[in-house]
Ligand binder design. Structure first.
Ligand code: BGC
Length: 365
């Protein structure tokens, strides 16, 4: 990864502007990153992507991520809009796992389960800004031993970089002083017509996954890898997100739509980054491609949005008004010996990379 030296302006206050004040009295700053055709605004609180603008096929720029105009929205109403998730993205069943003979009890915040790191996950803390330029931001969070029930002091460093060829690259790094599960991800909700536009059901999705991890009624994986063939979960060729979302399929009932981890299948490049998904919005031509080193991706279509959240510019976020592609290890891995391990041990350095590439498809609808 190349890191551009901080500009003088960036060094003074890291280029951030005040965005709001936390109950602790700490000020949250917002950073603007721009490169190629993409401009994004990022908060040091939660590493939240508060806006991201890209042009459509006519060159009309829109903000394509759901979010809020002020900190208050993120503090009180946000279903993880735009945020970094940790220490463990997705669910851990009944908030318990056993590691090296010790059972750990986590904060339960999703019925009996632990979701997205607990009551105060990495989405709800102010990260240190290690470096900021006009196209990159380096954030660090040190999570203390016992935080939300997790063992070990975990140091997480996340770098956001915008490239000249319109990619948002996310580099994650984590180290610990005691063995602990780690599953860092990014929870941006996308609507490629522009946030606040109609639901994303017409967006076409291709997912390079031959299997997914079916769940019980509380969204905990059963442990099986189920082939997508012949099911509404088959996105190996592009399909409108909404085409089968209401099909009579038990798994869609469990998730109130798609809220499932897909098992990525494609070959990786030399760095282990593999093409995972591509989304195309037919009316505007905007496209989004995702590549990652992670073995899975949670595809979630804002099933639990219900119009009660009013976001940026007064936009009302109705059901399915955004989709998430959360690159990750599989849910509940600490309790699923057959899933790829998420356990990080002292002396190890966990790194992963996820990229979102923006483009336009010039073909008319
Ligand atoms: C999960 C959903 C959850 C949502 C919260 C997603 O990552 O898969 O089940 O409701 O986050 O916003």
């Amino acid at each position: 990864m190349t890191r551009t030296a901080a500009t003088p302006a960036a060094t003074a206050r890291h280029g951030g502007t005040p965005f709001g004040v936390l109950p602790t009295g700490d000020t949250v700053h917002r950073f603007t990153l721009a490169n190629g055709d993409v401009t994004m605004r990022v908060l040091d609180y939660g590493g939240i992507v508060q806006s991201l603008e890209t042009p459509d096929r006519q060159g009309i720029r829109k903000d394509v991520v759901l979010g809020f105009d002020d900190l208050e929205g993120y503090l009180h109403r946000s279903p993880y809009f735009g945020a970094l998730i940790g220490r463990y993205g997705n669910r851990i069943a009944t908030g318990r796992f056993t590691l090296d003979g010790t059972t750990h009890t986590l904060a339960a915040n999703n019925g009996p389960h632990a979701l997205h790191g607990g009551l105060t996950g990495f989405d709800k803390v102010r990260w240190q800004v290690l470096d900021a330029t006009d196209r990159s931001l380096v954030l660090r969070h040190v999570s203390r031993d016992g935080d939300e029930g997790y063992p070990g002091t975990l140091t997480a460093t996340v770098t956001y970089t915008l490239t000249a060829d319109n990619r948002w690259v996310i580099d994650y790094e984590a180290t610990t002083d005691r063995a602990t599960p780690v599953n860092l991800t990014q929870h941006t909700y996308w609507n490629l017509r522009g946030h606040g536009a109609e639901p994303v059901l017409q967006h076409e999705l291709q997912l390079v996954a031959d299997a997914f991890t079916p769940v019980d009624a509380t969204l905990i994986p059963t442990g099986v890898l189920q082939p997508v063939a012949g099911t509404p979960f088959d996105f190996r060729t592009p399909q409108p997100i909404g085409a089968r979302i209401d099909a009579a399929h038990e798994q869609l009932r469990h998730g109130s739509g798609y809220d499932h981890n897909f098992v990525l299948a494609g070959p990786g490049d030399a760095a282990g980054v593999r093409f995972a998904a591509q989304v195309r919005e037919p009316a505007t031509g905007r496209t989004l491609a995702m590549s990652t080193t992670e073995p899975g991706v949670q595809f979630y279509v804002g099933n639990f949005l219900d119009g009660r959240i009013t976001g940026k510019g007064g936009a009302v976020y109705a059901r399915h008004s955004g989709f998430c592609l959360e690159a990750q290890h599989f849910p509940d891995s600490p309790n699923q010996p057959a899933f790829p391990s998420t356990i990080l041990r002292p002396g190890e350095r966990r790194t992963s990379r996820t990229e979102y590439a923006f483009g336009v498809d010039t073909q008319q609808p």
